[in-house]
Write a protein that binds this ligand. Sequence first.
Ligand code: GLC
Length: 569
Amino acid sequence: MPSHILKENSSDSARLWWREAAIYQVYPRSFQDSNGDGEGDLLGVISKLDYIKSLGVDAIWLSPFYTSPNKDGGYDVSNPRDVDRRFGSISDAEALIESAHKYGLRIIVDIVPNHFSTEHVWFQEALKSPPGSTARARFHFYDGRGVNGDIPPNNWCSIFGGSAWTRIKEIDGKPGQWYLHLFDSSQADLNWENNEVKRDFEKTLRFWLDKGVDGFRIDVAHGLVKDKILQDHRDPEGLTRALRLDVSDMPRDERESLLSDVPFFDREGVHEIYRNWRRIFDSYSGQRMSVAEAWVHPSSRATRYVREDELHQIFNFDFLIAEWDASFLKSAIDRTLHEVSAVGAPATWVLCNHDSPRLVTRLGGGELGSKKARAMALLTHALPGGIYIFQGEELGLEDGSIPDHRRQDPVYFRTHGADKGRDGARVPIPWSAGLPHYGFTSGDPWLPMPDGWDALAVNSQNSAESYLELYKKSLAMRRELFTLNGSEGKTDQRLQKISWIDSPHGVLAFRRGEHFILYSNTTGQHLDLTLEESANDFTIALSSSPGARADGGLLHLPDHTTVWLAGPR
Ligand code: GLC
């Protein structure tokens, strides 16, 4: 085991670091370029560790940097145990893990078990092997239907648009079998009934665990096992639409009914895989953890992935689509806390990631969008559980507008432009106002960076009122108020719960422990509220926008604002 494995310190072992962690998602391609090729890389990440540390987060989750033709932002892996040249080398990855640990930052890496790139040696071998061969058995290869076999084995649609099947040419050059791909045709789904597949992923887990990573983010964790693979679905296009987060044009009953039985998601068999993986994680020292990306329906089924002998966390994506609306937020919070408490797992909170619009954009953009986003972040940072922060979220970035000819996301191409895809959220980070490409690269950035981001650049956000400072303050205060109880480092169970305070329409207020109260005003009106008597001597510790005041039991709360009130200790 490398000597730099993060040692558990006394407070860690008492509290299991990941339960309340703030984890910062780095999308390496867009973080910092060190060699002028226009794409971020691992040395770039190393050069910014001091910045990440200054945010006050506990860990970094790195999106894929493995060998990949990069047809889907690296989620099309052709060698999961090597680093793509565009990102550097294996020794850069080792240096990153070691340097991060020196900063006291843990490293979580992505693992992508649902599919391999069609450039993976296994797929290339399958292409050269006959139907029925062991090389084909690692994927889902089937003959087509119809006289000439030119109708796909079933009618499933790809999540990215179009059919979920692509037909190959056999070695003799004739049209041959079809392979399944739930995503892009460059991402062939693996057959998880196959023991070689299972063993290969265990090898990959150990490869990175041996290198000292602290955990894994499991991509499409709910998708590995497929049922009824040779049956048509009653409404494959409807199902693809129903699976979209932002679907609004489908009657609720229909959506519920489609999502209640998805033949390729959330099948019982996935849990056995994670029980095996958990045994591997637990065989290593240092509290290695895992977090599942699993879109399941109803959301209560998500807790099945975080049972005691399975994974540690599952992303809760409720806030990815949440409006800035008190009643929606309150019921999402209640439901999440209730569900996870049943299995003893911590909640997680996610405001944006590399697959979704940036929060400020989603909340309408501009000054008002930014004001609401700050308020929403402050609300999120006060909730029990772990939080995930997507690079640039702490700067209040909006989606970049990308001309169509510069788009890269396969979603855009597979939907023939009907869905613009996810590139907007993946625009590189503006580090320095005034420098070409804001100091991200000395070359041409792989996605265009907007004009007018000077004020959002990291080096411009020094004032106490900046977006970045709000994140730094709330992350530091969150740790002080909720994670550690004094010097003993023990988690106070009372801090794991919140209790709602009756409040007017559009306002959300809760207590967490004896010394903390939060108020969020989701309305466009300034409000004067009366605090509970026991909170008369509470003062404002943090506010998402200026103008909030608490005096003599009265709280003056500006529109679209969250405040943290702290009581005397
Ligand atoms: C996950 C990733 C996404 C990728 C997809 C297919 O949802 O977050 O970026 O496109 O899996 O691997």
